[in-house]
Design a protein around this ligand. Structure first.
Ligand code: C2G
Length: 708
């Protein structure tokens, strides 16, 4: 059996390392030499490497105290390797079990054989992905297969590597593979490709805390690429095929990456000399093949005319945006927003409000708005909704993503919202952004979440960009304040006054309000009210923002057992797209999922049933009974999210597993209330202690105070 040396450099990949090493150990192809090179890795990673080396004699560990870069680590691996073939694997990636076998079986007399790279955003189930039929495609156009600039998922003959002394560049972090691949290109006639051999390339979900090389800042990546390009051009000047390959790579890179970097005028000034130098290395013929505006830019770079170049690149971006604007109405509005509205001055007395992505008129933005209306300070208010709503006061309403939406968000000095605003809005230095947020967290948030199973793999990256714009963030309690600082990486001003949305729960006439609400909403006055308000599940969706929910309460049975005393209001989370079916429970179950503000439902209800939703932190302000219908506790807590508190011990009510238990508890509610009395008190102290019924006023004084 021919031996394969698998070379794995390790640096800042702690959370992925074991999955990677396991996936190599479980390869169906056994004749492996696994060279793990710790490139200045942390202590815990080194411990893992050592323990793997101790249990698997095929693992050979090399430790370098100081970090020297991936190119160096792979070269160390190559210097040690003794196999017939070499295979590179990154320590944050992993392999299906049959990958290496598949490559070995198909390499025949070729010097290099490539497989397929698959992007991985969530945990793959390894071993199940193996395909039955592997087709080897021979391709004469060798350069095409080198275009991804990567040595990953290629089985390479070691004698071939040694004969041509192929090594990685140690000068740069990114693109060091080019130094290895380019000379290989000279000596290989065919680079065949096997369709079925898969390599899982991880797309890391946290490029902020721990970016992969490809996720580093564009500026650094471009500098690395240019350095590599210059070096290789110089080295292979005499070799026509390599020169042509490099020129093509450069032109592609210029079009796709460099131009995007230079959208920022400051970058043009910083990078000009560097890019101009690289352009001078490009063969004039290759330059002729690009589009006219790029060609003009390249010429100005060649002539080192920085001013004309600056003008051209501005024009280029303007044309790009204009072209995009023709694609849809929304894109046309965004174009006008950028080119026109954002150039108008901000209006100092204009405030834009939004709650739950325009879905309703509710939550802290509503309370802040109403208080501002009462205090008559002359603010012009605009509410963003998906559909027109009846709201009190003099606010204008704009439809989310309409032209007026862009106009008002551009011109308003103040933005008040309880969730994130879209990525494509630009915050100007004059803007003040009050983020009220929408709940005390139970389930782990953003940077405290390990794996993101959500519909959008760029979640953390986007969250980070969006939250950099917040000037103020409201916390309802000390616990939230601490978590928000860490989980949102928030370092601006935290407003620690409690939630404006909860003021109403402390109103002296809250019982009269509840009575009036019951009347208004047609809820039988002689019945007690159960509110069922569960949250959403990260892994159950149609698309981002449109989640599925299957009602697990047996409404008919509940009606049968509880219908004489109670009615139930069903309130789904605003992400839930499914319709709630109440048939068979008419007169008992009422669907309030699209009702504006859940605070009204808190007020008029006698008992709450929830699961992992933040609603219970707010509801506790009323000191009324709370039951937790947590039929999927283990999955939710241990796989999907993780919690900040020990739910079994800290919450102010029982955790119930099935509909029958919910019914039984409701039938004996007094007993449960008594049993949880002490818990409730502790809970209230910790989470509701700041809530005095005056948070709205305090927040307004703080944020708008100076201009009142
Ligand atoms: N909500 C609601 N109806 C529900 C669930 C929630 O109206 N059935 C509202 C409540 O105001 C709640 C808020 O939406 O406080 C947030 O809902 P969560 O279920 O807690 O979930 P999520 O939107 O993920 O926010 O820090 C808090 C977290 O971010 C949770």
């Amino acid at each position: 059996m021919k031996k394969v040396s698998v070379i794995i450099p390790v640096y800042r990949t702690l959370e992925f390392l074991e999955e990677c090493l396991e996936s190599v150990r479980k390869q169906t192809y056994n004749a492996l030499e696994i060279i793990v090179v710790s490139d200045g890795a942390d202590e815990e990673s080194r411990r893992i490497i050592r323990s793997y080396a101790a249990k698997d004699s095929r693992i050979h560990a090399i430790f370098s105290e100081e970090r020297k870069g991936v190119g160096h680590a792979r070269n160390v691996g190559l210097d040690t390797a003794t196999g017939d073939f070499v295979y590179f694997l990154d320590s944050d990636d992993c392999l299906p079990h049959a990958t290496i076998q598949c490559l070995v079986e198909h390499i025949g007399d070729y010097e290099m054989l490539s497989g397929r790279l698959k992007k991985m955003t969530v945990k793959p189930v390894l071993g199940e992905e193996e395909e039955q039929h592997h087709k080897v495609l021979r391709n004469r156009n060798r350069a095409r297969l080198f275009r991804n600039n990567s040595v990953l998922n290629r089985l390479i003959s070691r004698p071939f590597i040694e004969k041509h002394t192929l090594r990685f560049s140690q000068e740069v972090e990114g693109y060091s593979d080019l130094a290895f691949l380019v000379p290989a290109l000279i000596h290989i006639e065919y680079v065949p490709y096997v369709t079925g051999c898969v390599y899982y390339k991880r797309k890391r979900n946290d490029p902020i805390t721990n970016p992969a090389l490809s996720q580093r800042e564009r500026q650094i990546k471009v500098a690395d690429f240019l350095c590599m390009f210059n070096l290789l051009k110089e080295q292979y000047r005499e070799h026509q095929e390599v020169t042509t390959f490099l020129d093509r790579q450069f032109l592609n890179y210029y079009r796709k990456t460099v131009i995007m970097l230079l959208e920022d005028p400051e970058q043009v000034d910083q990078m000009f000399a560097n890019v101009a130098h690289a352009v001078k290395q490009v063969d004039q013929l290759a330059m002729g093949t690009t589009n006219p505006i790029v060609k003009a830019e390249l010429q100005q770079l060649y002539k080192e005319k920085q001013r004309t170049y600056r003008f051209l690149i501005r024009l280029h971006h303007f044309l790009r945006q204009a072209k995009r604007a023709l694609k849809s109405k929304r894109k046309a509005f965004i174009f006008l927003y950028r080119q026109w509205f954002l150039k108008m001055p901000v209006k100092k007395k204009l405030i834009v409000f939004e709650s739950f992505l325009g879905k309703n008129y509710s939550d802290s933005p509503k309370n802040i708005y109403e208080e501002l209306q009462r205090s008559k300070q002359g603010y012009q208010c605009v509410w963003v909704f998906n559909e027109k709503r009846r709201i009190p006061g003099k606010a204008k309403q704009v439809k989310r993503f309409s032209l007026r939406y862009y106009y008002y968000t551009a011109r308003a000095k103040y933005w008040v919202t309880n969730s994130r605003l879209p990525m494509h809005l630009d915050k100007r230095p004059d803007n003040v952004y009050l983020q009220t947020w929408h709940g005390t967290p139970l389930k782990k948030l953003v940077f405290d979440m390990n794996e993101v199973y959500s519909a959008n793999p760029d979640y953390k990256k986007h969250f980070y960009t969006q939250s950099r714009r917040w000037d103020y963030l409201i916390a309802a309690n000390h616990y939230s304040s601490e978590i928000f600082r860490r989980a949102f990486k928030f370092d601006k001003q935290m407003l620690e006054y409690g939630y404006p949305r909860n003021d109403v729960l402390h109103d002296k006439d809250r019982d009269q309000q509840a009575y009036r609400l019951k009347q208004k909403l047609g809820i039988p006055l002689d019945k007690k009210v159960i509110l069922y308000a569960p949250t959403w599940r990260d892994d159950d969706f149609y698309e981002p923002g449109k989640y599925k929910f299957q009602l697990r309460l047996d409404l008919q049975r509940m009606k049968e057992k509880l219908g004489d005393t109670y009615v139930i209001l069903l309130r789904m989370h605003y992400f839930i797209a499914d319709h709630v079916d109440t048939s068979g429970a008419e007169g008992f179950a009422y669907n309030f999922s699209t009702y504006n503000d859940i605070a009204d439902l808190y007020l008029l209800s006698d008992v709450l049933i929830t699961d992992y939703s933040s609603v219970f932190f707010d509801y506790a302000n009323l000191k009324r009974p709370i039951l937790f219908y947590t039929y999927d506790l283990e999955k939710y807590r241990d796989t999907l999210r993780g919690f900040y508190i020990n739910i079994e011990e800290e919450v102010p009510g029982p955790l119930l597993r099935d509909s029958e238990a919910v019914i039984a508890t409701l039938l004996n509610l007094d007993e449960t209330v008594k049993a949880y009395e002490a818990n409730y008190e502790r809970f209230y102290e910790k989470f509701c202690g700041w809530e005095q019924g005056n948070a709205t006023k305090k927040v307004i004084d703080h944020v708008f105070g100076s201009s009142l």
